[in-house]
Write a protein that binds this ligand. Structure first.
Ligand SMILES: Nc1ncnc2c1ncn2[C@@H]1O[C@H](COP(=O)(O)OP(=O)(O)OP(=O)(O)O)[C@@H](O)[C@H]1O
Ligand SMILES: [Mg+2]
Length: 244
């Protein structure tokens, strides 16, 4: 049987935990508490994808400003401007408000009411993917989008439609999900084909970081919780073990 194409993540040590990388065209949820490294993981996935694996990427921000995201890339020494100039990276500002002349208002162009945000965003994403022939996508965060809805069915429907459209483009997508520890499992956890969890937990008088793969459809993956380091060069797994 032909082996599926594996998408290398650019996170040192992580690919060996998931049998070589993400499966191309799949949608993966990346979840964790505040400050656990979700945005960094997303930026690193796009940076190394574009630089080392010739896979351009799109970063959709719904929370931080594009400037903050650019500064984030640069704080790790990743030359984001070059990627943008070379059409290897697009940062889309999809925050649900806009600032004009010092005033903050609702962005009516994208958020016009229930059941529309996913459709609008999907169209915006698809045109950006096509423009630079992107193969990777990060949405930071999906939670902000889902907050627009009061009806769970509309979230599920919009999300499912978006995931089908992305898979149709063979785009490997990371959906950042802020929900953790809630009683209700967010819709994206069910719809995505993989879930990666970032932990940031207290140990005695310090905080430690770790990563865990909850599910990865069609892939053998490590079940352990692996310690990770978040330093000035980005995220790395400390003691990766090969999946037996
Ligand atoms: N350039 C850097 N060098 C070293 N560590 C950094 C650097 N930039 C960020 N960090 C660390 O990463 C943490 C934040 O990571 P990140 O923004 O990826 O988390 P997050 O899970 O996206 O958080 P949030 O829920 O607030 O969006 C910081 O609190 C800091 O500890
Ligand atoms: Mg973040």
């Amino acid at each position: 049987m032909e082996q599926p194409h594996k998408v290398r993540t650019g996170i040192p040590g992580f690919d060996s935990i998931i049998s070589g990388g993400f499966r191309q065209g799949r949608t993966i949820v990346l979840s964790g508490t505040p400050g656990s490294g979700k945005t960094t993981f997303g930026m690193q996935f796009l940076y190394y994808g574009a630089k080392d694996f010739d896979e351009p990427g799109v970063f959709v921000t719904l929370s931080q400003s594009p400037k903050e995201i650019r500064n984030g890339f640069e704080s790790f020494g990743w030359n984001v401007q070059k990627l943008i100039d070379d059409d290897k990276l697009i940062i889309i500002d999809a925050r649900p408000f806009k600032m004009e002349d010092g005033f903050i208002s609702l962005d009516e162009s994208l958020y016009r009411g229930e059941n529309l945000p996913f459709m609008h965003l999907t169209q915006l994403i698809l045109s950006s993917l096509k423009r630079i022939n992107a193969k990777r996508l990060v949405i930071d965060s999906l939670t902000v989008l889902a907050m627009q809805y009061t009806n769970y069915f509309y979230i599920r429907q919009g999300l499912q439609g978006m995931v089908y459209a992305l898979e149709d483009q063979h785009c490997t997508s990371l959906l950042i999900s802020e929900n953790i520890g809630d009683e209700k499992i967010p819709a994206e956890w069910h719809v995505a084909s993989g879930i990666v969890l970032l932990h940031h937990i207290r140990k005695e008088d310090t905080m430690e970081r770790a990563i865990q793969v909850i599910k990865m459809r069609g892939t053998r993956h490590g079940e352990q919780i692996f310690p990770i380091k978040l330093s000035e060069s980005g995220l790395q797994i400390m003691h990766p073990r090969l999946v037996p």
